[in-house]
Design a protein around this ligand. Structure first.
Ligand SMILES: *Cc1c(COP(=O)(O)O)cnc(C)c1O
Length: 413
């Protein structure tokens, strides 16, 4: 005993790093996240969040549904389920896609996932070999980059403007790649109220994207967590609704329209693709949380979601308006921003000589936080942008936050 203990003390602590896989060694925590963690506990107005507002959670209805589920559906809710998901929920989602989005679901299969995040990881597993070319928007959703990067793709960035991904630039790149004997495997897009940029891809571009997919033979991942949260402007068809070759995998989620705590999302796509994704999911978690699926089924099937969405919109729209008003009022010349018709974010572009990552500490000292834009670029090659969230704090805080942010920027001009 004593001998063992002495040996242990002599050899020192384990060399933890030496046990990790090469892939794990490549995973890094973001410094920004660490800095933003500090913000949560101080008086800083945080426009950095990415969270829905808890005041939009439908607590009263959920109380009733939970009671119903535990008394009437415990056999399903407390049991293992199938990997593809609880069938009544899958059917209710199919109906939703047909009714609201004109997606013809007869040729589409649906698998429930542990949030869209799992769908992104499964798509990486099933479609991406190291070196495969994946096209992303610039900027794009950070968590998608994190999920895909594990599978070591080569990224191509396509710039965005107020009408979403510039598909003319994409076409140019595709032609060039083809001439070099290269091929794009997958295009990832958040076409509606994009995270982080807030912009929406115009209908013409959606059609163009579908044409390009057909001509250059790639698949499209349409990530659509915000589509229901429209505060102004006219609806645009889903990319999936324009897809008659089965090239689009459509990702939906309950996170922004019910609650992210349920961790419930879905993939709708060609049955052949879904079958492989299902096999991939089996080894990850066997099945998605069955209890949540039964609750979500009662919520959707009972018409509660349809009735609740207008309330979320009513709650968020004044905040969006407050942010755009405040930007107009306080921002100095040379600062540009997007004007989202829905979703949760505004994207701000500073004059090129201001580094938004470096500016964050100064902003926090002035009492406001944001997410620097750098991490939202696959190539991390743009430094003068930032993402602002308008769903978490109230209108007065938004105004004060933007005022403080404008003061910070003015100091650096
Ligand atoms: C919030 C969000 C999601 C949702 O992810 P979940 O895992 O379903 O919570 C997916 N994609 C984008 C772009 C998002 O902003």
């Amino acid at each position: 005993m004593e001998e063992n203990l002495r040996k242990k003390l002599e050899s020192g602590p384990l060399n933890f790093e030496s046990y990790f896989s090469q892939k794990a060694l490549g995973m890094k925590a973001s410094e920004i996240r660490e800095l933003l963690k500090l913000v949560e506990t101080s008086n800083v107005i945080s426009l950095a969040g990415g969270l829905p507002n808890p005041k939009t959670f439908p607590i009263d209805i959920l109380k009733e549904i939970l009671e119903e589920v535990i008394t009437e559906h415990a056999d399903k809710a407390l049991q293992y389920g199938t990997t593809k998901g609880f069938t009544p929920l899958r059917l209710a989602i199919a109906k939703w896609l047909r009714k609201r989005y004109d997606i013809p679901t007869s040729k589409v299969d649906i698998m429930i996932t542990s949030g869209s995040q799992q769908a992104l990881d499964l798509i990486g597993r099933v479609f991406i070999d190291p070196g495969d070319i994946v096209v992303v928007e610039a900027p794009t959703y950070l968590a998608a980059l994190q999920a895909f990067s594990f599978y070591e793709p080569t990224y191509i960035q396509i710039p965005l403007d107020d009408e979403g991904m510039k598909t003319d630039v994409l076409e140019e790149r595709l032609r060039k790649l083809k001439a070099e004997g290269k091929k794009v495997k997958l295009v990832y897009t958040v076409p509606t109220f994009q995270n982080p940029a807030g912009v929406t891809m115009a209908e013409e571009r959606r059609k163009h994207l579908i044409e390009l997919a057909s001509e250059f033979d790639f698949i499209i991942v349409e990530d659509d967590p915000y589509g229901e949260l429209r505060y102004s402007g006219k609806p645009v068809p889903k990319v999936k609704a324009l897809d008659d070759e089965g090239r689009v995998l459509y990702l939906g989620t309950f996170s922004k329209i019910l609650s992210p705590g349920f961790r419930l999302g879905w993939i709708a796509g060609e049955p052949h693709f879904i079958r492989k994704l299902e096999i991939a999911k089996q080894s990850v978690d066997l099945c998605t949380n069955a209890f949540g699926q039964v609750v979500a089924w009662r919520y959707l099937d009972g018409g509660h979601l349809e009735r609740h969405i207008p309330k979320i919109i009513e709650f968020y729209k004044p905040r969006r308006d407050a942010m755009l008003d405040a930007l107009e009022r306080y921002m100095p010349e040379g600062v540009r921003w997007t004007r989202p018709e829905g979703g949760m974010f505004v994207w701000v572009t500073l004059p090129e000589n201001i580094n938004a990552t470096a500016m964050l500490e100064r902003a926090v000292a002035k009492g406001v936080a944001y997410v620097p834009g750098e991490a939202f670029y696959a190539h991390r090659d743009v430094k003068n942008t930032m993402r602002l969230n308008f769903t978490y704090v109230d209108e007065a805080q938004i105004e004060e936050g933007i005022k403080r942010l404008a003061e910070t920027i003015k100091e650096l001009l």
